[in-house]
Design a protein around this ligand. Structure first.
Ligand code: ZN
Ligand code: ZN
Length: 400
């Protein structure tokens, strides 16, 4: 679709139309970025090519760019001061660009990368008429490791009044409901020996893994419906005639309730200890990459929906499906929204081959451009009207 064919939602219709025109004019540049990232999938913390492309593009449109930004090699920050002086709000549009190991961009983060960059391009066209600062943040490692938490710790969100990040989905939903989540790496150590001639000399680390998976399976019967525990075996021995000395697995645990999540964490560590005791192994359990539940900012979310509807996209009814994102961590620090827009028919699961293919269709391209436009238009409203930002902060403080 042609972005300039739709009349933007008020207020600031004229400025918003110029945002849409600037994004329309950069259509090929934005979609080419989305397609290139889709064709070159890079997993968490290794998004070097994507980060370089993104940094280049944002710099080309007048942003002062830090890359790397903070401690993460693949983080990017671009800033553009408003033409009406520094006394104003600071609004951030975000991008993600990590892929999933082995399956590529099955979460569609290529569209998130391109839409965030597109929003930055749209805002550059109107920067002269607002005060404050436009911030672009390229945020690595969402699928594993919670890169945004490092960026928060590194002060890259300092002074930011609002953060906006779009995610592709099979449904359009403004409010993201996120589960708290943490990665857990479990390593059992036993003793190798000949599996036929002296098996009694061995201590079997694979057995410990098998027991752990068994006890997690039984544990699930007693878990609340929103709790999740899932994992894979990374190392389970090297040859059938050697008692495995080392067993390594990676899990994720999740819940929508922070207190329950804390309890799950403790219980999970006990299950690991129990499997070690039963087999005579030692165990190391390492939690990392924590992401938090989402504190959705309703005021900014309502502005997002109003601007989105001008492009003919309606919100779907709420569903019980929930994932996790380090955008939850950002939402505990400042007013944040993490809306989803459908790029495929309902029922196509995320992290699937079908979803990966959907992330590079003409429909996904249209959504990428609309998401860029709407994010920039909402950012414009926030930059132009200080009272809106103040109301978003009041809601944020009240919901704590
Ligand atoms: Zn994702
Ligand atoms: Zn994902």
């Amino acid at each position: 679709m042609l972005l300039t064919a739709a009349r933007p939602a008020g207020p600031y219709v004229e400025a918003k139309a110029r945002i849409a025109s600037a994004i329309e004019a950069a259509r090929d540049e934005i979609l080419d970025l989305s397609h290139r990232i889709h064709e070159h999938p890079e997993p968490a913390f290794e998004e070097r090519q994507a980060a370089a492309w993104i940094a280049e593009t944002v710099a080309r449109h007048g942003y002062r760019v830090e890359h790397p930004a903070g401690r993460l090699e693949t983080a990017v920050r671009g800033t553009l001061p408003g033409g009406r002086g520094p006394r104003g709000s600071r609004v951030a549009v975000l991008s993600e660009y990590d892929a999933l190991p082995g399956i590529g961009h099955a979460c569609g983060h290529n569209t998130m990368a391109a839409s965030g960059v597109g929003a930055a391009i749209g805002l550059a066209a109107v920067a002269g008429e607002v005060a404050g600062e436009i911030v672009f943040l390229g945020t690595p490692a969402e699928e594993r490791g919670s890169g945004k938490q490092f960026m928060l710790d590194d002060g890259l969100f300092a002074g930011v009044d609002a953060a906006i990040l779009f995610h592709p989905s099979d449904l359009t939903q403004i409010e993201a409901r996120l589960l708290a989540s943490e990665d857990v790496d479990v390593t059992f150590l036993g003793r190798a020996s000949h599996a036929a001639s002296e098996p009694w000399e061995g201590v079997n680390a694979l057995d410990a893994l098998v027991l752990l998976f068994g006890s997690i399976g039984l544990w699930r019967q007693q878990l609340r419906p929103d709790a999740r525990v899932h994992g894979i075996i990374l190392e389970g021995g090297t040859a059938a005639n050697i008692i495995p000395e080392r067993g390594v697995a990676r899990f994720m645990i999740r819940s929508s309730d922070q207190a329950y999540f804390e309890w799950m964490r403790t219980r999970f560590a006990e299950l690991c200890e129990a499997a070690a005791r039963a087999t005579g192994c030692t165990v190391n359990v390492e939690f990392s990459g924590r992401s938090e539940t989402m504190r959705h900012n309703r005021l900014i979310g309502d502005r997002y929906l109003a601007n989105l509807e001008a492009y003919g996209i309606r919100e779907d009814p709420p569903t019980p499906n929930m994932g996790s994102s380090d955008m939850g961590n950002v939402s505990l620090a400042l007013p944040t929204i993490h809306p989803s827009i459908a790029i495929c028919p309902p029922g196509v699961p995320g992290h699937s081959i079908e979803f990966r293919e959907a992330a590079r269709t003409p429909r996904a391209d249209d959504v990428t451009l609309i998401a860029a436009t709407v994010a920039a238009q909402v950012a414009y409203e926030l930059l132009a009207d200080r009272s809106l930002v103040e109301a978003a902060w009041r809601e944020f403080r009240g919901s704590r």
